[in-house]
Design a protein. Structure first.
Length: 427
């Protein structure tokens, strides 16, 4: 149908009704579809620039999202319009799938629906202006047909985007207030599980892999002023971590995550392997790649009744990793037994820390000692790491011995030095 509800008649050359085999729609003697496809890259840049200039919410989005997802969907829409014009038909459901996926992602990131629909309208208007540019009086019939095509496509886009966005928001809202949220709250607070099952009808898994994650800030969070842009960058990071976790578990996992990290509970029939392609280390590596930020994690498998204690222990381990300067990655209690035990409050802890007190006024000695131990007592590697001569390393180690009475060269002293360094970070 045309804009005035008259049946749309598609004609070929000399006004004869035509279909896919008829002459391509042309303006000023140039095929519209082919010309539009050739201009897609440049037109995409202009559309994106217009969105940034006219819509504040898009100007606040992370650069990664603008140059990635947003530019991709603009290109897809422009090519879709070229296909619609070339084949003289509405868009198919399959051709609108990418727009629906994009709308669902924007819903998860909290981008308002009105801003998304306005962006589609801006892109459609600019596409129309590009298409009709240079039209001659004899091109009126073609211009009117193309306008009808673009109006039908705009209606399809509005319907597909709106329905996908609202469906995603409904799912997110139900998850926030539904059974999965209640189950996680019950597990973390230690609510008696028989009472929880009686109250909700939900039954916890036999055991859970408990994880505490610490997420570093994404560059887009740091480069944005306070406002929607930084929030969108944080939500994108969280969504990508959740996607990696869900893929690993094969089912939506229970999470309580914010921009800095949080708690994850994965149903686990058996404790997952630590190493190997399907292991937990590979999971954290994949989540790190997906989020684009370093991730520090601690994990422990526990039965439902033991989840609160396991989560508390994981949180202590992640905090310990940060305080002792270890690199990001996945850790378990066995990896930090000495540090964990020495971090428990005791008189012995204070006494160990005091062993290195003479070095507090000599930070270069303390730094040399820490680096020397980290690099396996390798004087040349230590010198290279500190940008000093190996002889300077030897001299500093001798000074440490004179000031503290402890030398890494003596095995008995080495144990005390290692423990003292851990104790200093814990008191």
């Amino acid at each position: 149908m045309t804009r005035d509800n008259r049946p749309l008649v598609i004609t070929g050359e000399h006004g004869v009704p035509g279909g896919p085999g008829s002459r391509p729609l042309s303006i000023a003697g140039r095929p519209v579809a082919a010309q539009l496809r050739a201009r897609v890259p440049a037109l995409t840049g202009r559309v994106v620039a217009r969105l940034l200039a006219d819509l504040p919410v898009y100007a606040d989005l992370p650069h990664e999202e603008i140059s990635g997802d947003i530019a991709d969907i603009v290109q897809h829409n422009l090519r879709l319009f070229a296909d619609v014009v070339e084949h003289r038909r509405p868009a198919t459901d399959a051709e609108l799938a990418q727009q629906r996926d994009s709308a669902a992602q924007r819903a998860e990131e909290g981008v308002p629906l009105d801003a998304i629909l306005t962006a589609y309208q801006v892109g459609t208007a600019m596409c129309w202006q590009e298409t009709a540019k240079g039209a001659l009086p004899g091109d009126l019939a073609t211009v009117l047909e193309i306008m009808d095509r673009i109006m039908v496509l705009q209606q399809q886009l509005t319907s597909a985007v709106s329905s996908a966005y609202l469906e995603a928001r409904q799912i997110l809202d139900s998850q926030d207030h539904g059974g999965r949220h209640a189950l996680m709250a019950a597990l973390l607070t230690g609510e008696p599980l028989d009472r929880f099952t009686h109250r909700t009808g939900l039954r916890p898994a036999a055991r859970y892999l408990t994880m505490t994650l610490a997420l570093a800030p994404h560059p887009d969070e740091l480069n944005q002023p306070p406002g929607p842009g930084a929030g969108v960058a944080a939500r994108r990071k969280i969504r990508r971590v959740r996607t990696a976790l869900d893929h690993f578990a094969g089912t939506p996992v229970l999470t309580a995550l914010d921009a800095s990290g949080g708690t994850v509970l994965l149903p686990a029939a058996e404790p997952p392997p630590w190493h190997g392609p399907g292991g937990l280390r590979a999971l954290i590596e994949e989540a790190t790649r997906a989020a684009g930020v370093p991730i520090t994690a601690a994990a422990e498998t526990a039965e439902p009744e033991a989840v609160p204690a396991a989560v508390a222990r994981n949180a202590e381990i992640v905090d310990l990793i940060a305080r002792t300067g270890r690199p990001p990655g996945l850790y378990r209690l066995a990896d930090v037994l000495l540090e964990y035990q020495l971090s428990r409050p005791s008189e012995a802890l204070h006494g160990l820390a005091q062993l290195l007190r003479p070095l507090e006024a000599k930070p270069e000695l303390l730094r040399t000692l820490e680096t020397y131990l980290e690099l396996g007592l390798d004087r040349r590697a230590t010198a290279a790491a500190l940008h000093i001569h190996p002889n300077t390393v030897d001299y500093r180690i001798r000074r440490i011995d004179r000031l503290t009475g402890l030398s890494p060269a003596r095995p008995a002293d080495l144990q005390h030095i290692s423990a003292a360094l851990v104790a200093r970070r814990s008191v």
